[in-house]
Design a binder for this molecule. Structure first.
Ligand code: PLP
Length: 371
């Protein structure tokens, strides 16, 4: 008889999640830790959106929807994005949140051996999805400012390069691409004929200035956004993709045979959510950003984040980030070492989507550990 492990695919085994597992194993031993590891807002879904979801369930919106999503939501998203980009963005696809959009975009475009550029540090899912599809992740170092460096990106391009994956505001650094950086990225993509996949999930959490999407400047961009972070609907699984018709239609076909559709009642609720202001939440998070940066910059080398709800300080001298995180966890503060998101193990990620009290207490402990 074969052992169950003999049934496992090379594809599944190729995904190495040991880094984050180690952190969670350590964390499981903690009682009521100061948890700086959570990648979701600490506020709840707005009441109006909850009511809309409940109404939608009661009204019988419980079956499959069209693969591409309900017309109301697609119409609203298309109108809003078209106004922002100054051109009709075409049919949009409602996805099973941004993760769903990422998987479909990568599956629709990557052949085995194709290369995708990601800016290091990167959201960890990109690497794993590329592994699953046989693609190759090419990490372009952005340390120490976490900005877009066109020269470094250019150097990493080969004849197999197909995608440039961008994420601004960024998980894990909170960095935001300046307009000049977006223009430079588009220029590189145009010159080398790359498809940009732009993960804009944190666009509502932007603390300085406006937001420029590469999708506004360059039609060969797949823009991915969603409601998980903006409306705290992480468990509702609603997002959307807009981009070139040829890519979106393949993503739609693949959605039909994988996710089928984003959950029906939550698509209805997302239409309501689009009318709700997100500015108040942004202001609360801006204050948290100021608080955490003010406290940590006294003891750590750290950039001031411009968006999202993460900050990425450098571990104290003489220590890897993993060593510092183990020390922090021993002191009941849960943080994630940079090597989970990066080829380097020099920095650590804090999610400051938590109470001000926990931010103060946790930063006090981390500063004390830094000596
Ligand atoms: C950069 C980035 N992209 C995508 C996602 C996935 O979000 P969703 O809940 O929309 O799938 C996350 C979640 O942490 C993220 O940080």
């Amino acid at each position: 008889m074969r052992a169950a492990s003999d049934f496992l695919s090379a594809r599944a085994m190729g995904v190495d999640a040991s880094g984050i597992r180690k952190v969670f194993d350590l964390a499981a031993k903690l009682k009521d830790p100061i948890n700086f590891s959570i990648g979701q807002p600490d506020f709840d879904v707005p009441e109006e959106a909850k009511a809309a979801a409940i109404e939608a369930i009661k009204a019988g919106n419980n079956g499959y929807t069209q693969t591409q999503g309900i017309a109301d939501l697609r119409g609203r998203v298309r109108k809003q994005l078209s106004a922002e980009f100054g051109r009709d963005v075409g049919e949009v696809l409602i996805t099973s949140a941004v993760s769903g959009g990422l998987l479909l975009a990568i599956m629709s475009t990557i052949n085995p051996g194709d290369e995708a550029l990601v800016l290091d540090p990167y959201f960890v899912m990109y690497k794993h999805l590329l592994t699953l599809t046989g693609g190759k992740t090419v990490a372009v170092d952005t340390y120490p400012d976490f900005a877009f460096h066109a020269d470094r990106v250019e150097k990493a391009i080969t004849p197999r390069t197909k995608l440039l994956i961008l994420n601004s505001p960024t998980n894990p650094t909170g960095a935001v691409m300046s307009d000049a950086d977006v223009l430079a990225a588009v220029e590189v993509a145009r010159t080398h004929d790359l498809l940009i996949v732009s993960d804009e999930i944190y666009e509502p959490f932007l603390y300085e200035g406006g937001f420029l999407s590469p999708g506004k400047l360059y039609e060969n961009t797949v823009v991915l956004r969603g409601f998980s972070k903006s409306h705290a609907m992480t468990g509702w699984r609603v997002g959307y993709a807009a981009g070139p018709e040829a890519v979106i239609s393949q993503m739609t076909k693949l959605q039909q045979y994988t996710f089928v559709c984003s959950p029906s009642p939550f698509q209805v609720a997302a239409v309501r959510a689009m009318d709700l202001p997100t500015a108040a939440a942004r202001e609360v998070y801006r204050k948290k950003r100021d608080l955490v940066y003010g406290l940590l910059s006294k003891k750590f080398e750290v950039n001031k984040p411009g968006g999202a709800f993460y900050i990425f300080p450098k571990a104290p001298k003489g220590m890897t980030a993993s060593e510092f995180c183990a020390k922090a966890i021993e002191n009941n503060v849960l943080i994630i070492p940079g090597n989970v998101f990066s080829e380097k193990d020099t920095h650590f990620r804090i999610s400051y989507a938590t109470s001000d009290e926990k931010i103060k207490k946790g930063c006090e402990i981390l500063c004390a550990l830094a000596g």
